[in-house]
Design a protein around this ligand. Structure first.
Ligand code: HEM
Length: 228
């Protein structure tokens, strides 16, 4: 089916949502695996960052592709939500649909919150316009290990703003993936009554593992449990 027709049909738009969601899910998994190299100490994560930056021209192609994917996912998410609302006006009166979870009913909000988190996160760690000053190593590379530790290691709870903000964002990530992952397979036609509960559980397990993996970083650093 040509792209134009695909975007114009409701099913096509759902497929677009699933495809872009799948790409973003892949990025989140890869990003977590890369970030976990912080547990190997400064040499681990800084070597990982150096390898990534050595791919420079390709890295930019990837970044532009990723930004486009995020933009499309957000745009189609907004369109689908507006369409669903206008097609089901009773949903406004009967707020809770039977069988729907909190995560499924709040996908648009968790999605928009995640988009806001990504904007903040880019300013924080990619453009480094917020947060403490960052040491620059040879080859104009930031000391990624120190940057992450300096942002999350604080002396008191009253200074726990960044770790807390990340913990809240990772909770939102959990909600979004716990429904998004299952929804992706449903869009692809996996709607069998027997499989659906398993898919829901698998989706929640994956979401817990991802959110816990990410949140472990600010939390363990805050409590001074990461090797320096
Ligand atoms: C504790 C959690 C996280 C940590 C410590 C972390 C760390 C980082 C760091 C250090 C960078 C900059 C990489 C560089 O320029 O060398 C980065 C970039 C980025 N992060 Fe995260 N991140 C976390 C969670 C997330 C999550 C949950 C998402 C998405 C939902 C995300 C999305 C991104 C994106 C889109 C970039 C830009 C990629 C690029 O510049 O190529 N991050 N992150």
């Amino acid at each position: 089916m040509p792209l134009k027709h695909l975007i114009r049909s409701a099913v096509g738009r759902k497929l677009f949502m699933a495809a872009t969601g799948f790409i973003l899910f892949g990025f989140v998994v890869a990003h977590l695996l890369g970030n976990l190299s912080i547990y190997l100490g400064p040499d681990g994560i800084n070597a990982y960052a150096r390898h990534l930056h050595q791919l420079e021209p390709l890295l930019w192609v990837f970044r532009i592709g990723l930004a486009g994917t995020v933009a499309l996912h957000v745009l189609f998410g907004i369109i689908l939500t507006l369409e669903n609302r206008s097609a089901r006006p009773v949903a406004y009166k009967r707020k809770k649909r039977p069988g729907s979870s909190l995560a499924s009913r709040t996908m648009i909000y968790s999605g928009l919150l995640l988009a806001a988190f990504i904007a903040f996160h880019l300013l924080h760690f990619t453009f480094r316009t917020i947060g403490p000053p960052v040491e620059i190593l040879e080859g104009h590379l930031p000391n990624v290990f120190r940057m992450i530790v300096d942002n999350f290691k604080q002396d008191s709870f009253s200074q726990a703003g960044y770790p807390l903000a990340y913990a809240v964002a990772m909770t939102v990530l959990f909600f979004h993936i716990s429904h998004g992952f299952a929804s992706l397979f449903q869009t692809l036609g996996i709607n069998n009554e027997k499989v659906l509960p398993w898919l829901g559980r698998l989706s929640q397990t994956i979401a817990v593992l991802l959110a816990a993996g990410f949140v472990s970083i600010p939390v363990l650093i805050f409590f001074d449990l990461v090797i320096k």
